[in-house]
Design a protein around this ligand. Structure first.
Ligand code: UDP
Length: 316
């Protein structure tokens, strides 16, 4: 099978590329390399096209050559999206439209990457696919990333209903693994770098906010399951299963990496200014995916051990 992966040079995309190559598939990647790194793909038998999903003619041409489309490209991370609002929304709307339009005309199936960010600040013990989106006011730029991903969801579902486009949506919660850079503020690579270099771990606010981290190998099992078994026009939450507070996470990383780094508490205002607001709790309900046979294998400890070992290997 020939897959076209947009954003294939990024963290999730490059792991997915490796896995699909190992299974003997052919891969083309469309990536503008703003956050994706070509070096991860070096010596791999992939066709890398450096360009942007907003280029309609390019997207249409690449879709012609592929059997299956996987759309991961977007501006990475809430903090970067706050600084690059125009680009974030353009890529979300125009890029996704270009892919959907080409997929529709050429009758190709497409996997769309959604994000748990669309649930916003909804307070529930866990969120299921049909739960509400609760986003903060538009003067808080930290919600812009959520809006972009929500536009992608709605556009994809509208194409499914109105044009019969063959879409499947995987809604990623916090994913962790090797190759994830600490350049965009993601907490796990940040904390691991800080722990391994003896710097203070920067916990925002009091660290009582929680997240549920999914290990990349498990998450890729989920992506493959959705592509193989998922229903068309359906959304699947795709995430981990152990909720942890950010303060507990910091302590765990210090202990697993045998670090003597201290913990430093930083108010949101000091880190991001006054127009920042974030979700205090995020836990996915993954029952819909479990019904397809999803069964994540990595505990948080096991995942963190793997990632810390990878970081140590890169540093030494
Ligand atoms: N966080 C933190 N210190 C850091 C980076 C992140 O305390 O150096 C917190 C952040 O405020 C959030 C959580 O860790 O509550 C996860 O942040 P990340 O950027 O990894 O993902 P998000 O869930 O915000 O998309």
């Amino acid at each position: 099978m020939h897959y076209l992966i947009t954003g294939g040079a990024g963290f999730i995309g490059s792991h997915l590329t490796e896995r699909l190559l190992e299974k003997g598939h052919q891969i083309s990647i469309l990536d503008n390399l703003t956050t994706g790194q070509a070096k991860q793909l070096k010596e791999k038998n992939v066709q890398l096209i450096v360009g942007c999903v907003t280029d309609r003619e390019l997207v249409s041409r690449l879709v012609t050559t592929a059997d299956y489309l996987i759309h991961l490209a977007c501006v990475v991370g809430v903090r970067q999206a706050m600084r690059k609002g125009i680009e974030t929304l353009k890529i979300s709307y125009l890029g996704t439209e270009n892919l959907l339009e080409a997929a529709t005309l050429q009758q190709k199936e497409i996997f769309i990457a959604s994000s748990s960010a669309i649930y916003g600040k909804i307070k529930r013990s866990s969120v299921a696919e049909e739960d509400d989106s609760l986003l903060g006011a538009s003067d808080k730029a930290s919600w812009l990333y959520s809006v972009g991903k929500l536009v992608e969801d709605h556009l994809s579902l509208a194409y499914f209903r109105e044009r019969g486009t063959k879409i499947k949506i995987g809604r990623f919660f916090n994913v962790i693994g090797s190759y994830q850079t600490d350049s965009y503020g993601m907490v796990v690579p940040n904390f691991i770098r800080q722990a391994l270099t003896g710097s203070a771990l920067t916990v925002y606010e009091d660290g009582s906010q929680t997240r549920t981290f999914g290990y990349i190998e498990d998450i890729l099992d989920g992506v493959e399951l959705i592509i193989a078994e998922g229903a068309l026009g359906q959304v699947y939450n795709l995430g981990g299963f152990e909720e942890i507070s950010i303060l507990e996470l910091a302590k765990k990383i210090i202990s697993l990496s045998s670090s003597s780094s201290p913990i430093e508490f930083i108010p949101y205002r000091a880190a991001f200014g006054s127009n920042f607001e974030e979700t205090r709790k995020r836990v996915p309900n993954i029952n819909r995916l479990r019904q397809l046979g999803y069964s994540p294998r990595y505990s948080l400890d096991a995942a963190l051990r793997e990632i810390i070992a990878h970081h140590k290997a890169v540093i030494s």
